[in-house]
Design a protein around this ligand. Structure first.
Ligand code: NDP
Ligand code: GDR
Length: 330
């Protein structure tokens, strides 16, 4: 039997990695996209003829019901969210609608159409915020430090609640930061890898950053989507921390990235207080023992490999951009 999966947020970093992963497992892959005046499908460009896209929106309950009824997925991965922490301070209500209540809307649609659909919720280490213990496990209390983190706590608990209350196979994956060459350019890792490449190739002078002391447990997105899928293949639904168990500072990421292109980062990086947050999360480090034990999951890409992978991809892309521009002006 061919399995059908529906991914909300298929145009995002994780959506594109997950779609590719599921296609390799012979799934029929459907994606939910929201309408925009210009299409925003770059990350799934090479998968376009193998995935089926449908318009719907996390803000529109009936559009979700109709979509799920039309696709009748066996597995639904809810990756769509307003995912950028600084924007959540500027647009807290919209963040609450997308990132928090949006989860309930998807769960309600499942409950109405077919409660047998297996559900994955993209929860986040941001829920730990001002951490109560280190490393963080599934049992560590939450203390979110942004409207985004608060909305994700709501999404996490409503997922647990629908599992316990309505017997839905609902899992919450508490994923720590995961990155890739497809990461949005406003997130710190990609901002750094892109800048290192541009500065190396002479098309940028400086890199302005905020809190260099922030520490994160950074992994590779390709490894993390495998954990999402594994959660939905178990006999019983549960919640899992997905992390590498290692933390590094933003400064260390910068050092490695610039070292990789043979430059001294101190000559190029400047602090701009505009990138400080009203309340930041200073340190995060996860303990993924449960995922390791029960899912057989462990990360494959190391921190230095991740940094090099991202910088190399940006070097290649920026080189091509420069060559294309030269060709156009010739
Ligand atoms: P991205 O920001 O790259 O992608 C977010 C996706 O959500 C995009 O496809 C976006 O569509 C879609 N989306 C946003 N709002 C709506 C809406 N109202 N209706 C329909 N679709 C919408 O995020 P990532 O891929 O990095 O993350 C995936 C999920 O995992 C998110 O929920 C994020 O919060 C969570 N997460 C991410 C972690 C990480 O380190 N990457 C760690 C822990 C959790 P569009 O292209 O139209 O904007
Ligand atoms: P985060 O990721 O907030 O952890 O959320 P981000 O890369 O934005 O920030 C990580 C840390 O870097 C510090 N920082 C900067 N951040 C940005 N974006 N830009 C800068 O110039 C800069 N300088 C320093 C930040 O202060 C922060 O401490 C990501 C998102 O993917 C969420 O959706 C997800 O839930 C969490 O990871 C886990």
């Amino acid at each position: 039997m061919t399995k059908r999966a529906l991914i909300t947020g298929i145009t995002g970093q994780d959506g594109s990695y997950l779609a590719k992963f599921l296609l390799e497992k012979d799934y029929e892959v459907h994606g939910m996209v929201r309408r925009a005046s210009t299409e925003n499908f770059e990350r799934i460009a090479d998968l376009r003829d193998r995935v089926q896209l449908h318009q719907a929106d996390l803000l529109d309950q009936l559009s979700l019901v109709r979509l799920i009824d039309r696709v009748r997925p066996h597995e639904l991965y809810n990756l769509a969210a307003m995912s950028f922490v600084p924007t959540s301070f500027e647009q807290p209500l919209l963040t609450g609608e997308f990132t928090g209540l949006g989860v309930t809307r998807v769960l309600e649609a499942i409950r109405q159409v077919d409660p047998k659909i297996r559900f994955y919720q993209a929860s986040s280490s941001e829920m730990f915020g001002s951490v109560r213990e280190e490393p963080q496990t599934e049992n560590t209390p939450f203390y979110p430090r942004s409207p985004y983190g608060v909305a994700k706590v709501y999404g996490h608990w409503i997922t647990v609640n629908y599992r316990e209350g309505f017997d839905i196979f609902a899992c919450s994956g508490i994923l720590f930061n995961h990155e890739s060459p497809l990461r949005g350019k406003e997130f710190v890792t990609r901002k750094i890898s892109d800048a290192a490449a541009r500065i190396k190739l002479g098309v940028q002078d400086k890199l302005y950053l905020g809190n260099l002391d922030a520490q994160r447990d950074w992994g590779f997105a390709g490894d993390y989507v495998r954990a999402m899928w594994l959660m939905l293949q178990q006999d019983k639904p549960d919640d899992y921390v997905v992390a590498t168990g290692e933390k590094h500072s933003v400064r260390q990421f910068v050092e490695l990235a610039f070292q990789h292109v043979g430059l001294d980062w101190k000559k190029y990086v400047e602090i701009d207080p505009a990138f400080y947050r009203p309340a930041d999360v200073h340190t995060l480090c996860g303990d993924a023992s449960r995922a390791h034990r029960e899912l057989g999951w462990k990360p494959e890409v190391t921190f230095p490999e991740l940094v090099r992978m991202m910088v190399d991809a940006d070097l290649k892309r920026v080189e091509k951009e420069i060559a294309d521009e030269d060709a156009a002006t010739r």
